[in-house]
Design a protein around this ligand. Structure first.
Ligand code: KMH
Ligand code: ZN
Length: 279
């Protein structure tokens, strides 16, 4: 295939308590240490959720700005902030995330059941967030938790035009309870529903991490791994840390003859013009 693999690490998320997973990076120092280790292991982009002083999820703008600055100065990674936050975050706070001026942000293309909660992404919010990415010059990554989200993405592009940077990059998040299942036939169907020319990564939640990693590689996709999505490395074996998940993804991508992209190659793929901190 001749194309490398973009490995994104999602190290923290908003759902897991530090007490349940001591290796979860929740302080800025832990996040930066994790980011460096994951870059060394083959990650090129980091999908960031942050926590407050009590390790609870937060969208505090000051902390987000500090986080972007620290990741820029200490790593070369493409810095992607989550605009999903946690299911209890309001639309205004989620829109305000863009004021922290990351390279990229997540943009979920529809409302979806999320375990016993609902992750709200109604059409007017999607449009507001998308326009804000265009105005602020932030490259969106379209998060698809269900196949219907691909239809919403196609509608969004039809009505609102191309994303900033001109590249359409999607992430299939598979296996969230209540959302699309994490199996190969669903992955193939979801990829077939993407806009023409889109690039995509895939991640499987929980025990679906490895099957979706293998299916994604075989289907020509990129990869997302990390403790946001799974806390289990193998049956009965907790994840050591995020770098362990990135190392495995990098090993399998290399075996598939699509070795990990560097952060510079990832910037090229996504058409992100800003420079990484260390380049
Ligand atoms: N924490 C989930 C409710 C995103 O980062 O954009 C939403 C999420 C998606 O993780
Ligand atoms: Zn997230």
């Amino acid at each position: 295939m001749g194309v490398g693999t973009l490995i994104t690490v999602a190290p923290t998320g908003a759902e897991t308590a530090k007490a349940d997973a001591p290796a979860l990076p929740v302080t800025l120092a832990e996040l930066v240490t994790t980011a460096r280790a994951c870059q060394d292991a083959g990650a090129a982009m980091i999908h960031v959720h942050i926590r407050d002083e009590s390790a609870a999820p937060t969208l505090d703008l000051g902390r987000l700005r500090e986080t972007v600055a620290a990741l820029r100065s200490e790593t070369d990674l493409v810095v992607q902030l989550s605009t999903g936050g946690s299911t209890s975050d309001g639309y205004e706070a989620r829109l305000a995330v863009l004021e922290a001026a990351p390279d990229s942000c997540s943009l979920t293309c529809g409302t979806v059941n999320f375990g016993s909660d609902v992750f709200m992404n109604p059409w007017p919010f999607i449009v507001d967030l998308y326009r804000a990415t265009q105005e602020r010059g932030i490259v969106p990554e379209f998060e698809l938790f269900d196949i219907g989200h691909a239809a919403t993405l196609n509608r969004l592009l039809d009505k609102e035009g191309a994303p900033y940077g001109g590249r359409i990059h999607c992430d299939l998040v598979m296996g969230v309870p209540g959302a699309m299942p994490a199996d190969t036939r669903t992955l193939v169907a979801a990829v077939a529903a993407l806009p023409p020319g889109a690039t995509w990564s895939a991640t499987g939640v929980g025990r679906w991490t490895l099957p979706i990693l293998l299916a994604g590689l075989s289907a020509g996709g990129h990869l997302r791994v990390g403790m946001e999505d799974t806390l289990t490395f193998a049956a009965g074996q907790p994840v050591r840390d995020n770098a362990e998940l990135v190392e495995r993804a990098a090993t399998l991508a290399t075996l598939a003859q699509r070795p990990p992209m560097s952060p510079a190659q990832a910037r090229n793929l996504l058409n992100i013009r800003s420079e990484g901190g260390q380049s």
